[in-house]
Design a protein around this ligand. Structure first.
Ligand SMILES: Cc1cc2nc3c(=O)[nH]c(=O)nc-3n(C[C@H](O)[C@H](O)[C@H](O)COP(=O)(O)OP(=O)(O)OC[C@H]3O[C@@H](n4cnc5c(N)ncnc54)[C@H](O)[C@@H]3O)c2cc1C
Length: 490
């Protein structure tokens, strides 16, 4: 049994709340955060505060379908407070966590409404991961990633917008550029995106245009690796490549992206030969980096992080030296587990079980054991690949399995029904009923980037003039003309 006040012990601090209940603060409303919260639903000794940067729970595996007009954003991102409306011991706070004070056991979050500090007895950090551009963050401006609803809606506007602009163009070279789509990264997300853009071009948009034939589009899938779907077996990787090529996707492997600008993508192969693919619409589906909260927690606790910024946790998912803090999901580095939804969900259930066991007075550490239920990736309608318990499937059987799993894990009855309806429209028919995109969605990233550049320039100018001012003060105080002033910064 923990002695009161020792780390990991049910605390008697005021954070226990009105009824002296153990206060669990959960950061993030993704798979890890939501499953932790729900696994604590029936425990009357616990109250849960879920703090998340967005008001929704995002089902990331279907984001590409929002980008390609199959599903609406609401279908893959129900409001978290609605999902948890019946869970009386849970409350939801909107806020981006900017600081975790491990000594005081407090979390600070900010929102447009201000700053909130929340005390905890146990903390579960599941803030996920963002896109990594491998040190080339400026690529993001021209090649959005695929991590958020914002990303998916922006890409929707860019994909459908490229066809619209091609219809307007009278210059054949410009048309070719507008109808070329480059997807960077041949993991499951890149494969799904490339497959769906190809389906759009070759099937769904048939008959929509008068001057262009979308079937003439060029869809290029690029990766530095030697094969697509590197985490799958060689046989399934080859099967997926064949399915993509049948759809008209051009696969370019062993090529590193060295530049992305408004007009094109630059590539370099292993022999050092460079090529430039002129393309209006680029999608970045390569690389992830854990939430910066990971680095902050690691620095404060002395824990280490891996190359993706994930925190190396103890076998029970707790932060080294802080048994009351857990780091799970895409932020957690443990046993080389992949950053997939199953790991986040199971880890969420596991840490909730640990917290409840501790409240019962159990002291033994419960190591997290991941039960691998298999992995799958869809290539296009009726085509997928799946690896389940040593069984390898491709084509229609894998696709049916993919469909069943995704409907099962979608949150909310209404979402399941409308999603099935949209899938019927898109996969049996040819329709894409969610093609609406606004100029704001397409231009927001560029506008924000421009504003940020401008703000940075103004800051530099302000800094320079403030430094000049400071210099004038110093030299005046020293009774010397500015040219003689010391050059070291003060
Ligand atoms: C396009 C795409 C397709 C995928 N497909 C699959 C698939 O087919 N199968 C599969 O198993 N996995 C898939 N994944 C991976 C899977 O979605 C993730 O592994 C899973 O979502 C991780 O869950 P998480 O809870 O760790 O993080 P997330 O689900 O990313 O949730 C993170 C949460 O934290 C919040 N947050 C972030 N920063 C802060 C902060 N500072 N303060 C407060 N809140 C914060 C976010 O708003 C979000 O609510 C896919 C991922 C992507 C991006």
């Amino acid at each position: 049994m923990h002695a009161p006040g020792t780390p990991g012990a049910p605390s008697d601090r005021s954070a226990g709340g009105r009824h002296g209940r153990h206060h669990v603060v959960v950061v993030g409303s993704g798979f890890g955060g939501l499953f932790t919260t729900r696994a604590l639903a029936r425990d009357r000794r616990v109250k849960v505060t879920l703090v998340a940067a967005t008001g929704h729970h995002l089902f990331q595996p279907l984001l590409y379908q929002v980008a390609t007009g199959i599903l609406s954003e609401g279908e893959v991102a129900p409001a978290t407070r609605d999902v948890l409306r019946r869970q009386r011991n849970a409350r939801v706070l909107l806020g981006t966590v900017t600081d975790v004070d491990l000594a005081r056991r407090q979390v600070t979050s900010t929102s447009p409404g201000g700053t909130t500090t929340t005390s905890y007895d146990s903390l579960v950090v599941a803030a996920g991961a963002g896109q990594s551009y491998f040190g080339n963050d400026h690529f993001a401006r021209y090649a959005p990633g695929m991590k958020s609803i914002d990303d998916a809606l922006e890409l929707r506007g860019r994909i459908f917008g490229a066809f619209e602009l091609a219809e307007l163009s009278t210059d054949p070279d410009e048309r070719r550029r507008l109808m070329t789509f480059v997807v960077v990264g041949a993991g499951p997300t890149g494969v799904e995106m490339a497959g769906q853009i190809a389906e759009l071009a070759h099937r769904a948009l048939r008959g929509n245009f008068r001057h262009i034939d979308p079937r003439g589009s060029r869809i290029v899938l690029v990766d530095a690796a030697p094969s697509i779907l590197g985490t799958f077996s060689e046989r399934l990787s080859r099967a997926a490549a064949r399915q993509l090529e049948d759809l008209g996707v051009e696969i370019q492997l062993g090529r590193l992206v060295t530049g992305v600008d408004a007009d094109a993508v630059d590539l370099r192969d292993e022999a050092g030969t460079t090529t430039r693919i002129e393309a209006q619409c680029k999608v970045w589906a390569a690389g992830v980096a854990a939430s910066p909260l990971g680095a902050q927690l690691a620095q404060e606790s002395g824990a280490s992080t891996d190359r993706a910024g994930r925190v190396r946790v103890e076998p029970d998912c707790s932060l080294p030296g802080h048994p009351e803090v857990f780091v799970i999901g895409d932020m957690m580095a443990l046993d080389d587990l992949p950053g997939v939804a199953q790991v986040a969900m199971q880890a969420g259930n596991h840490v909730a079980g640990t917290i409840r066991a501790r409240l019962r007075g159990e002291t033994t550490t419960r190591p997290f054991r991941f039960r691998d239920k298999g992995s799958m990736a869809t290539v296009s309608r009726f085509h997928a690949v799946a690896e389940v318990r040593g069984l390898e499937l491709s084509g229609l059987p894998a696709w049916v399995m993919w469909l069943a799993v995704h409907v099962f894990y979608l949150i909310g009855f209404k979402n399941r029904v409308t999603t099935l309806l949209h899938w019927t429209v898109s996969f049996i028919g040819r329709g894409r009923s969610e093609r609406t995109a606004t100029l704001q969605q397409v231009r927001a990233r560029q506008a924000l980037a421009t504003l940020e550049d401008q703000a940075a320039r103004e800051r530099d100018e302000d800094d320079a003039s403030a430094a000049g001012e400071q210099l004038r003060h110093l030299t005046a105080a020293a009774g010397r003309p500015p040219s003689d002033a010391p050059r070291t910064s003060t």
